[in-house]
Design a protein around this ligand. Structure first.
Ligand SMILES: Cc1ncc(COP(=O)(O)O)c(C=O)c1O
Length: 357
């Protein structure tokens, strides 16, 4: 019954590496594991959702014209350069469907977001993994690794490392002529984007989302920006109602309140600096990050990731143990930046750990 491709994926246990199970809704719990916004969406979004709720009896706009236009003006591009998806997750999948023939290879630097591998395999592609040496972007090696591939996924900033490749290096990859898919899920925190460049480049596709800086993770709205030819392919194969009515209304409202989003980004950046400074003082190795999370090497303290995870989880603070992230090893955790109070509790609890519990 099950296709050979999917049977093989099940055999290899290739599936999205979910965070370990816990009840994040339990009272007093702090969830710093999922890279969501600790502030949620703008109040304007909540009002728009209430208004739109009365209309859920009818289908959403299948072209999502108003939403795509709003995204276009946010990015500074034409509506023909914007495709929408049920989260950027769906666009990763659609991009593999649209641009990868069965048997063709996709370059996936490691460690990175697991959806690239999953979407590649489920669409009959073959991942070509490339381990980032020292968790850094080395473009010469990466360019060599591009040989024999059809496309590459580049997180910019990358999840979980938090760093992004320089524009110069990216241009050098683009010169290879391969399709480069740049995932900018965290671009607002980095204040750096190549989305506009994508519309003028034949082989660059940029993926963005409302899940992070805009705080709409539960509604599932993502988008791709690229030249109209690439976008036409994505728009042409997506299901007509992939982004539901509430999600479209919420994303439009979120874009009408960019001040709110910028305030959130400012607070998250300050929190990021605070956590990095405090954990560095405690001798953890904290990688620099342009995103809303930090990748932390716990090995300088003679610990492994699961020990730190367990200690924090027992105290109702949940971070991401990266042991089940391909290519990350067992030394790293990833911490999403929370509110100032959450960040302070995290640091205080880690200090207790260091002091012997
Ligand atoms: C790099 C990266 N891309 C995409 C996503 C998924 O975003 P969305 O919620 O839009 O599917 C995530 C979510 O964690 C991510 O880390």
């Amino acid at each position: 019954m099950i296709s050979k491709r999917v049977s093989e994926m099940l055999r290899l246990r290739v599936s999205y590496p979910l965070a370990r199970k816990y009840d994040v809704r339990a009272a007093g719990t702090i969830n710093l594991a999922s890279n969501e916004s600790p502030y949620g969406p703008s109040p304007r979004v909540l009002r728009a959702l209430k208004r739109e709720a009365a209309r859920v009896g009818s289908y959403p706009d299948p072209r999502a014209t108003e939403l795509r236009r709003a995204i276009g003006s946010y990015i500074g591009v034409e509506i023909e350069c914007v495709a929408i998806g049920n989260g950027s997750d769906e666009l990763v999948d659609l991009a593999c469907k649209a641009f990868l023939n069965p048997g063709e290879r996709a370059l996936i630097p490691l460690p990175t977001f697991a959806m690239y591998e999953l979407a590649c395999r489920v669409n009959g592609g073959v991942p070509k993994f490339f381990e980032l040496s020292n968790l850094e972007w080395r473009v010469t090696e990466l360019k060599r690794a591009l040989e024999g591939t059809k496309l590459a996924f580049i997180g910019r900033p990358n999840n979980p490392t938090g760093n992004g490749m320089s524009l110069r290096d990216l241009r050098s990859l683009l010169a290879s002529g391969r399709l480069i898919i740049v995932d900018e899920a965290y671009a607002e925190f980095a204040d750096d984007s190549v989305a506009k460049l994508a519309t003028k480049t034949g082989n660059l596709l940029v993926l963005r989302t409302f899940s992070k800086a805009f705080g709409l993770a539960g509604l599932r709205v993502g988008y791709a920006v690229g030249n109209p030819k690439l976008i036409e392919a994505l728009e042409g194969i997506r299901a007509p109602f992939n982004v539901n009515r509430l999600a479209q209304a919420a994303a439009i409202a979120a874009l009408r309140d960019k001040r709110y989003m910028r305030r959130v980004v400012g607070k998250v950046r300050r929190g990021r600096t605070y956590i990095r400074r405090e954990l560095t003082k405690l001798d953890f190795r904290v990688l620099p990050s342009d995103a809303n999370f930090l990748m932390v090497d716990v090995s300088p303290m003679g610990l492994d990731a699961s020990e730190v995870f367990d200690f924090l989880a027992e105290r109702k603070i949940f971070v991401r143990d990266l042991s089940n992230f391909r290519g990350a090893g067992s030394d790293y955790i990833r911490i999403t930046v929370g509110t100032p109070r959450q960040n302070e509790r995290l640091v205080k609890t880690i200090k207790q750990f260091k002091g012997g519990g």
